[in-house]
Design a protein around this ligand. Structure first.
Ligand code: SAH
Ligand code: SF4
Ligand code: F3S
Length: 450
């Protein structure tokens, strides 16, 4: 530890995906290594870093309102305000021009330089954003982890797919895979620290290619699962076009690989998928989903869906609903299309009226809610193995955890089950979670009953 920031307090606010959450853990780690300590709220901090997301218009709206709050905070007291993450990468100088109260801007490839950027910003505001063509190394030791039970481990970053609606290739640059030796070192050290679960992260985890040994994602997954002391391994996000049989074989062979896959669909219409440049058809997606469900009994799938992409007809939308009925996802994340800067789709007319987008989103979510209730009800009366992550946000002395399939489970337990596996007898459910009562905690994972 150096003492450059000793006596100062920092606050990091994170928007966006798990990659950003993990980056924020590293931002906190870099600041603490320099001697700073965490503040519980922005009002008590000397340094505030806002880690931003640019993926949808709504993400930027949320950011605008948060930055407004910080502007008024800054009028009241001296504090260094920095913007990090994907908007920082994308908007660069603009952010500083439009919002002079911001002291520094730092892109995702530059977090290791945070101490130098802070020192400069304390003298005069500056911009530091750029992509790096190489993997930027942050070891396990740099992170201040949000959980002591489940840890994020990035394995690749960036994207070469250029889906026509998506800004991520412009915020994270081209695909960069992390050397497997470094990934395994981090995973082993997390297992030795007592973490039970690892979540491998990347914009497209399954296009991972080890720069040292040219190994594939399935080979890496196999090695991560074999690390002593690890119980559950998850990964996200998988691209359907890169989901080869080798990955299915690894999932079938390794009990540590959780039977849960996030597999973004985006649209159930081949015509729309082609215009989205997704690289698969409706039939291709349905065939992959059936293969996964047949070969990995009990697997739960989740997905992302966009409604109102340019030119999406009522019939296209109905085809998306039809895929939801056929696949029966355990969870979906659904969004109204919004045009993003630099993307190919931004040049198409955004011709689905806002009220039609709204109506389709509500119809899709209503349909999904009824499917989820049915899936969750099928667990009532059964025993489900749960990794306890901490106290339940619902309070009442209850605990919360995740099942192997990724469902949130709130439960009552005797003693302290945090960080341990428990068998929860499911007594009820809602569309988004299960609840019940746990038996005694132990440490061996087991598949939930199918
Ligand atoms: N790498 C992942 C997810 C990237 S962004 C993947 O390939 O699927 C997360 C989700 O945001 C996407 O899956 C998509 O559903 C949504 N999204 C991205 N761009 C969008 C846009 N312009 N409008 C609406 N939703 C968008
Ligand atoms: Fe965006 Fe498509 Fe890449 Fe996912 S695969 S990050 S949606 S461009
Ligand atoms: Fe958002 Fe960047 Fe993630 S744009 S979704 S934070 S990669």
């Amino acid at each position: 530890m150096t003492a450059g920031l000793k006596g100062l307090k920092y606050f990091v606010r994170t928007f966006g995906c798990q990659m950003n959450e993990n980056d924020s853990e590293h931002i906190a780690g870099v600041l603490e290594r320099e001697g700073a300590a965490a503040a519980g709220r922005p009002e008590d901090a000397d340094i505030i870093v806002v880690n931003t997301c640019a993926v949808r218009e709504k993400s930027e709206e949320k950011l605008r309102s948060y930055l407004g709050r910080l502007a008024s905070l800054k009028k009241r007291r001296g504090v260094l305000v920095g913007v990090a993450g994907c908007v920082a990468q994308l908007a660069r100088g603009d952010l500083l021009k439009k919002r002079p109260f911001i002291d520094f801007v730092i892109g995702p490839a530059n977090y290791a330089e945070l101490p130098q950027v802070l020192a400069l910003a304390a003298e005069k505001p500056g911009v530091r954003t750029q992509w790096s063509p190489e993997w930027q190394e942050f070891g396990a030791e740099t992170a201040v982890r949000a959980s002591r039970v489940s840890a994020f481990v990035p394995i690749m970053e960036g994207c070469d797919n250029f889906c026509s609606y998506c800004v991520v290739p412009f915020t994270r640059g081209r695909e960069k895979s992390r050397p497997s030796s470094s990934i395994l070192r981090e995973v082993r050290s997390l297992a030795a620290e007592g973490f039970q679960e690892i979540q491998l992260l990347g914009q497209n985890v399954n296009s991972y290619r080890d720069p040292e040994k040219a190994r594939s994602f399935s080979a890496l997954l196999e090695e991560v699962c074999a690390v002593e002391g690890l119980d559950w391994v998850r990964f996200l996000t998988s691209h359907p076009k890169d989901f080869g049989d080798d990955i299915i074989r690894t999932l079938a062979r390794r009990p540590e690989a959780c039977r849960q896959i996030h597999l973004p669909l985006q649209s159930g219409s081949s015509r729309v998928l082609e215009r989205m440049n997704r690289g698969y058809s409706r039939e291709g997606y349905l065939a992959l989903a059936s293969r996964l469900q047949e070969r990995l009994p009990g697997i739960l799938l989740s997905t992302d869906v966009i409604v109102g992409f340019p030119g999406e007809s009522e019939e296209d939308f109905e085809r998306t609903c039809d895929v939801l009925r056929r696949v029966r996802f355990a969870n979906i994340f659904s969004f109204r299309y919004s045009p993003r800067p630099l993307t190919a789709a931004a040049k198409l007319p955004d011709d689905v009226p806002l009220e039609v987008k709204r109506r389709r989103l509500i119809a899709l979510q209503d349909l999904q809610r009824s499917i989820q209730i049915e899936i969750n009800r099928s667990f009532v009366g059964r025993e489900v193995r749960v990794l306890c992550l901490g106290p339940s946000v619902k309070g009442g002395g209850r605990f919360a955890g995740r099942s192997e399939g990724g469902q949130i489970v709130n439960f009552e337990a005797a003693g302290d089950p945090v960080g341990r596996f428990v068998d929860v007898r499911v007594t009820g459910c809602g569309p988004y979670s299960l609840h019940g009562t746990s038996g005694p905690a132990d440490c061996t994972p087991r598949r939930f009953p199918i």
